[in-house]
Design a protein around this ligand. Structure first.
Ligand code: ADP
Length: 477
């Protein structure tokens, strides 16, 4: 085929190299990209395909020899230029469906692509290496930190047993609490770095499931009831007494979710529900739901929630504390246990965190039967406050200033607040103050003004001003 006849081909200016050759390998057409990339002029048409792809095509006495898999599939092969240098291409070579004894080759230069993917791989490996070094460093440092913290804690606990005078006891208790908080942070960082480095190993063993839940409940119940919140826990009777799983880690996930629920809920209730959702041979899927009626999370912030170091609002870390690692650790642990963690939430309406895990069951320890009178024999339903009510309350109504529920809640919180002031527990007083603020969000201007003055007085720990504002606020109620 003559070159000038092919000028009108739309392929002439294509960005792909296009070559046509016959059964003897003789090139009859090459577009401008092929000529440019291969370093030829019009003389490319005098050449043989063996000159361009010598690894794939050879000339023998019988003619053109090749094992090339003709067709539309891309093959990575090497193309040789006129000056005998070479470069990698992604090529498709097929026989023409129109012209007999004619082959068409379409090829793309992938030198740059290969170079870039090598660079990307190099950067990825470097980043992985840096991550490993960082994780090892963090693991070492946190391990080293633990020793002095535990040293302080041990000594303080000894002193707490001997010291009796109140002024000395107060700072000692504070040191004990600070050490406890520090240990929690150290443990979180340690877990996080182990999980990131892929060195985390689960330790499954047989344990009593309901005893484990009782233990979790005992960890939180004081704080929950102190805040005047309701607490319910229900466990499906279909869950056997004993299961095989990493008990410590399930406790860790539940502790984290319940601490958050308690931290971000000022009124209403917190519920925990566990059900069995599937069974495959001797493994069951458990589904946990931890629900609160707290401040909730904005839709836009929900995606960030399970990322490491993520706190929805930077001011949260100042107000409530925390490192933003908890939920990320929960997510990674849940995934290690074959499950998934999710959240449903709406700002000011509360949050529902749910997660699933797979656990083993022991043959002799089957499901707990439903008793004759239809009650679920071992279903654990725990209501822990005198405010227990069935059904879903409309949280908005509770918060609407002026409703009887709102006023009732306000009175309760205010009396707890004044008790904390009298005991000089300023941290708790501030916590109740925050609840008062939320309960009076929709109050008339003059009420809000008093609330603000009360808040400032508490922050300044000014006892006289607090009692004045407290009295004034009580009069509104
Ligand atoms: P931290 O360890 O600092 O508590 P988490 O990963 O557990 O961090 O939580 C990250 C952030 O997610 C919290 O700072 C808060 O903004 C938000 N959050 C978690 N649980 C709740 C909840 N029950 N209600 C409202 N916000 C929540």
């Amino acid at each position: 085929m003559e070159q000038n006849k092919t000028q009108a081909f739309p392929v002439e200016d294509a960005l792909e190299m296009i070559l046509m050759f016959d059964g003897m390998g003789k090139i009859s057409y090459a577009n401008s990209m092929a000529r440019m990339k291969l370093g030829y002029g019009r003389d490319l048409c005098q050449k043989n395909i063996c000159d361009i792809f010598p690894n794939e095509f050879k000339m023998s006495e019988e003619g053109l020899e090749t094992e090339y898999p003709f067709g539309y599939a891309q093959q990575n092969i090497i193309a040789y230029r006129k000056n005998l240098t070479c470069f990698p291409v992604e090529a498709r070579i097929m026989s023409s469906e129109v012209v007999l004894d004619m082959y068409i080759c379409m090829a793309n230069d992938i030198l740059e692509k290969q170079y870039l993917s090598k660079e990307i791989e190099k950067v990825r490996q470097e980043a992985q290496e840096a991550m490993k070094v960082k994780s090892e460093f963090v693991a070492n440092v946190t391990h080293e930190l633990r020793t002095p913290v535990n040293g302080i804690l041990g000594n303080v606990r000894e002193l707490l047993e001997t010291v009796t005078d109140e002024p000395t006891l107060k700072p000692l208790r504070l040191i004990e609490r600070c050490c406890g908080d520090m240990n929690k942070i150290i443990n979180n960082i340690l877990d996080f770095s182990k999980l990131e480095a892929g060195k985390f190993v689960l330790e499954p063993r047989k344990f009593n499931f309901r005893n484990m839940l009782d233990y979790v409940k005992s960890n939180h119940i004081n704080k929950i009831t102190e805040k005047g919140l309701e607490f319910f826990m229900t466990v499906s009777p279909q869950i056997p007494e004993h299961i095989v799983a990493d008990e410590l880690r399930i406790v860790q996930i539940l502790n984290n979710l319940l601490s958050n629920a308690q931290k971000f809920t000022s009124f209403g209730k917190i519920t925990v529900e566990v059900v069995k959702t599937a069974r495959v041979n001797d493994r069951i899927e458990l589904f946990f739901i931890v629900k609160d009626s707290g401040v909730g999370i904005d839709k836009a912030d929900k995606d960030k929630l399970f990322q490491s170091f993520s706190q929805v609002d930077a001011s949260i870390s100042r107000k409530y504390g925390g490192t933003g690692l908890g939920l990320n650790i929960c997510k990674q642990l849940v995934e290690l246990m074959g499950g998934k963690i999710e959240v449903e939430s709406e700002a000011n309406k509360g949050s529902t965190f749910s997660f699933s895990i797979w656990a083993g069951v022991c043959g002799e320890d089957e499901e707990i039967p439903v008793s004759e009178d239809g009650n679920k024999a071992s279903s654990m339903i725990v209501s822990l406050t005198d405010m227990a009510k069935d059904g879903e309350e409309d949280q908005k109504d509770i918060r609407t200033y002026g409703t009887p529920e709102n006023k009732e809640n306000l009175k309760k919180v205010l009396s707890k607040l004044i008790l904390c002031v009298e005991m000089e527990n300023w941290e708790k007083a501030e916590m109740f103050m925050e609840t008062v603020r939320q309960l009076t969000e929709e109050a008339p201007h003059e009420v809000k003004r008093v609330v603000l003055k009360l808040k400032m007085a508490i922050q300044k720990e000014n006892y006289e001003k607090i009692t004045t504002e407290f009295e004034e606020l009580n009069q509104f109620l």
